[in-house]
Design a protein around this ligand. Structure first.
Ligand code: SF4
Ligand code: SF4
Length: 97
């Protein structure tokens, strides 16, 4: 029997079933949290963002586990980004999750 789409349970939105979609976004560094120098990109005005590599992800993300390797020192914006939020779901949809 076909179950009407609206009655189907929606897949859970969890970081553990995601591929760190939000770690492909531009992340500005606006406060000092101790991000290691090698992960910081500076523009000509001194603005700081997390460095992204050619694959699109933040350089601090572990490519095998999709986990943040600098979790204790991650930027404020990363701390505020909420799992299951509108922005989170938008990113997941963009990458087909
Ligand atoms: S916050 Fe959302 S987009 Fe980011 S890793 Fe978790 S589930 Fe994925
Ligand atoms: S610092 Fe960590 S949480 Fe923030 S974008 Fe990079 S890998 Fe993701």
């Amino acid at each position: 029997m076909n179950i009407p789409v609206k009655n189907q349970p929606s897949p859970e939105v969890l970081c553990s079933n995601c591929k760190a979609c939000c770690c492909r976004l531009e992340v500005m560094i606006i406060s000092e949290t101790g991000v290691p120098e090698e992960h910081i990109k500076r523009d000509s005005w001194g603005g700081e963002t997390m460095l992204r590599l050619s694959d699109g992800w933040c350089s601090a993300m572990d490519r095998d586990t999709f986990m943040c390797t600098i979790y204790e020192n991650r930027p404020w914006i990363c701390r505020e980004f909420e799992m299951g939020s509108y922005e989170c779901k938008e990113e997941r949809v963009e990458y087909g999750l």
